[in-house]
Structure formats: structure tokens, C-alpha cells
Write a protein that binds this ligand. Structure first.
Ligand code: GLN
Length: 292
């Protein structure tokens, strides 16, 4: 495994022409495009890492996996999926077009921004502090960080440049899809996107999801297997947005990308796993090539 990871990192790290860092959020534009790391955690808690696997970056949309793991446990499946669909769409992550065109105006899935904003609004805790506290706590338990923290400069950068997310949230409110205070919901959404992580920590998140919600490092059951099954299915069908079909065919395992550069892949694959890993990467990566 170590050899395989080292080889992947060696082959992929120089491919900096294959993409660019996200620049629509000013703080993300400062990311080092040369950083590249990969990590794997297996079901027994054994870990391997290569490259810049300890470098901190932000979860961004990978945080949608955490909020989706949290909301149905607190609100029940029906409450969540009455408000958010489970269908794949071939639209970009922040698209507003279909949301307005379709009737009812229900967000299509919890992996796109509109769906994640609805999921955040459904968290039952009172106020921004309690809601983000619950997300941070689950995030730490899923990925075995002692604490998960918001990277303040990224959070502020998101908050003050996020016209599109604000437009989505206010539209959702106008059609009755949001609960609670719209600005509080947005604030929790921006904060959770700005949670700091590393490829190594993400690989534990992936392993916990692959192990039906049991963290293989702590042995703790963090999320119910039924919820995890739903999360994995939505990662498979919608986790890479309009690239999800292509990724499913090429790689064949669930995945969630984020504009911070991470990809989290909870793989239960057995045979053929190594060839999959060769074509992409497995566990988690910090890649200069982001796909929105
Ligand atoms: N915080 C980002 C946004 O809402 C997350 C998007 C992403 O990672 N695809 O624009």
C-alpha cells in the first residue's frame, strides 16, 4: 500500500496543469497549487500516507457529508427528504436555474449547495453556535480529530463573497424550504465549509463511512448504518456533481469533492481496488486540480 501511494503521489503531483485552485473565494485562491497528498485508512485502523498528507486545507463541500450524516439522525429521514430530493442532476454545484424552473421548487439532492443549505436549516439546535458545535463534534468523531476547527480567514472570505449561496438561500426561503433564520443558516453553512482538515483526517472519515459508521480508529459507532448507507449512495450518485456519472464509471466508488481541493472516497471495494487506485487515488487527496 505504501509503495502504491508513493507511486500515485509521484505520478500525480507534477500534474499541476490539470487544474487550478478555486479562486471565487479569495482565501482559497491563496492555496499552494503544488500541494499534493494522499492517505488511506483501512477497516482495521491501519494508515498509510504520502506527500502533503498533513497539510491543512478546508473541507468545503465535503462538509455536506457531515451535515447529511447529522440531520436524519436528529430529524428523521422523512423530515429531511421531504425537503431535499435524492436525484442526481447534471448541473454545477451552485446552480440556481433548475431550482427555480422545477415545480415544486425542491432542491434536488443534499450534495449540491441548495440541498446542503436546506439540510443545515433543519438542524434542530438553537442558534449558530449550537448548530456548528454539533457539526464540529460529529466531524471530529468521524475523522478522529480531537477537535475540529473553523479556519476563520476562510470563513470570513466565504461569508463576504458568497452572493450565489445567499441568492440560493433567500430563494429557498421564499418557497418555504428553509426553517429558522436564513442568515444563521448561511453562517453555519459557511463555517462548516471552512472546517480545517488534512488528507490523513479525511481518510479516517472515508474509512468510518466505509465501515457503516464505526470509526475504525476509536471503535466508536458514530453514525447509524442506515444513515451511512444513504450518505454513501448519495456520494456515489451526486457527490461529484455533474462529474458524478463519469467518476462512477471511471472509479466506481462513492466520493465527495470540495473546492478546498480534497476528495473523500469511502471505498468498500475488494478486488480491483488497486487498479482503481492507480487511475485516480483512494482514501483522500489534496489535489491542485479541483472540479467544482
Ligand atoms: N463553500 C463552497 C461554496 O459554497 C463549497 C463549494 C464546493 O466545495 N463545491 O461555494
Amino acid at each position: 500500500m505504501q509503495q502504491l501511494l508513493d507511486q500515485i503521489v509521484k505520478e500525480c503531483a507534477p500534474l499541476s496543469e490539470a487544474g487550478h485552485v478555486a479562486d471565487y473565494i479569495p482565501e482559497l485562491a491563496k492555496a499552494n497549487p503544488k500541494s499534493f497528498g494522499a492517505a488511506v485508512t483501512d477497516k482495521n485502523g491501519k494508515q498509510w500516507a504520502s506527500g502533503d498528507a498533513d497539510e491543512t486545507f478546508c473541507l468545503e463541500s465535503i462538509a455536506k457529508v457531515v451535515s447529511l450524516a447529522l440531520a436524519p439522525q436528529l430529524r428523521g429521514f422523512d423530515d429531511v427528504f421531504d425537503r431535499v430530493g435524492r436525484s442526481a442532476i447534471a448541473d454545477p454545484f451552485n446552480s440556481i436555474m433548475r431550482l427555480e424552473m422545477d415545480s415544486p421548487h425542491r432542491s434536488h439532492n443534499p450534495m449540491i449547495n441548495s440541498g446542503a443549505i436546506v439540510v443545515v436549516s433543519l438542524l434542530p439546535q438553537e442558534g449558530v453556535g449550537a448548530k456548528i458545535g454539533a457539526v464540529l463534534e460529529l466531524c471530529a468523531a468521524l475523522s478522529v480529530q480531537k477537535t475540529a476547527d473553523v479556519v476563520e480567514r476562510v470563513y470570513l472570505s466565504e461569508k463576504f463573497t458568497s452572493d450565489r449561496n445567499r441568492a440560493l438561500a433567500y430563494f429557498l426561503r421564499s418557497v418555504g424550504s428553509l426553517e429558522g433564520d436564513v442568515e444563521d443558516t448561511l453562517d453555519v453553512y459557511f463555517r462548516m465549509c471552512s472546517i480545517g482538515t488534512t488528507a490523513k483526517q479525511l481518510s479516517v472519515l472515508g474509512a468510518t463511512l466505509a465501515c457503516d459508521g464505526r470509526n475504525p480508529l476509536t471503535g466508536r459507532d458514530v453514525v447509524s448504518p442506515t444513515v451511512v448507507r444513504t450518505v454513501r449512495a448519495l456520494m456515489m450518485t451526486c457527490g461529484m456533481y455533474d462529474g458524478s456519472g463519469e467518476f462512477a464509471v471511471d472509479v466506481g466508488i462513492p466520493a465527495k469533492s470540495g473546492v478546498g481541493g480534497g476528495i473523500d472516497t469511502p471505498s468498500r471495494a475488494g478486488r480491483g481496488w488497486q487498479s482503481t487506485a492507480r487511475r485516480w487515488t483512494s482514501g483522500a487527496t489534496r489535489s491542485p486540480a479541483w472540479r467544482p
